[in-house]
Write a protein that binds this ligand. Structure first.
Ligand SMILES: C[S@@+](CC[C@H](N)C(=O)[O-])C[C@H]1O[C@@H](n2cnc3c(N)ncnc32)[C@H](O)[C@@H]1O
Length: 174
């Protein structure tokens, strides 16, 4: 019985640790606004044979939307276990193919297959670590879309902000 209590406690501590690590390293879970999904879709300009990566995909809503609209292969990476579980439920309910989620830090995932990388977090908290990874792994022509925050060390080719009440979306072309 004690072993069972211990294992349950360890399980919950691991869950808490994953949420805490995600929170301090990059960003807490604040989702992309639903009303901005169309803008992200338009800026991504994906074709069905493209691959979309989302770094820190939260509950998976962006990936699911992009996958449904474009049929492109869509891969969300999430570090915090509770949000990852929500992603798996989305995947189960999703009718389409090509929607994938990985439980990991995005620093452990090779991104070289990406056509578009979507980010919503606080990239400056990581210094140049994230930008260096993107520059190292992404192929020329890959698009990076950063919601709300500019990436240090990269010059955006476009800042999408249709009006003063809109959140800025930064687009980079490698
Ligand atoms: C601001 S939220 C954005 C969620 C989602 N991208 C969206 O737009 O709705 C950032 C997410 O990144 C996750 N995260 C933080 N650090 C991470 C890391 N190193 N690897 C993977 N996910 C991470 C957090 O758990 C959180 O869900």
């Amino acid at each position: 019985m004690i072993v069972l209590y211990f294992l349950t406690l360890m399980f919950f501590l691991l869950i808490l640790a994953s949420v805490g690590w995600a929170f301090v390293s990059f960003a807490p879970w604040v989702p992309t606004k639903k009303s901005d999904l169309k803008r992200i879709l338009r800026l991504s300009d994906l074709k069905p044979d493209d691959t979309f990566y989302e770094l820190g995909c939260g509950d998976g809503r962006v990936c699911q939307y992009i996958n449904r609209q474009t049929k492109a292969r869509t891969i969300g990476i999430e570090l915090a276990f509770p949000w990852y579980l929500l992603c798996l439920i989305r995947k189960m309910l999703n009718q389409g193919k090509g929607l994938h989620f990985k439980l990991s830090s995005f620093f452990y995932i090779n991104l070289s297959e990406a056509s578009v990388v979507y980010i919503f977090g606080l990239p400056h908290t990581l210094g140049n670590k994230l930008t260096d990874k993107l520059k190292r792994e992404l192929r020329p022509g890959t698009k990076i879309i950063s919601y709300s925050f500019a990436l240090p060390g990269l010059e955006p080719s476009l800042i999408d902000k249709p009006g003063k009440n809109y959140i800025s979306i930064y687009v980079y072309n490698l």
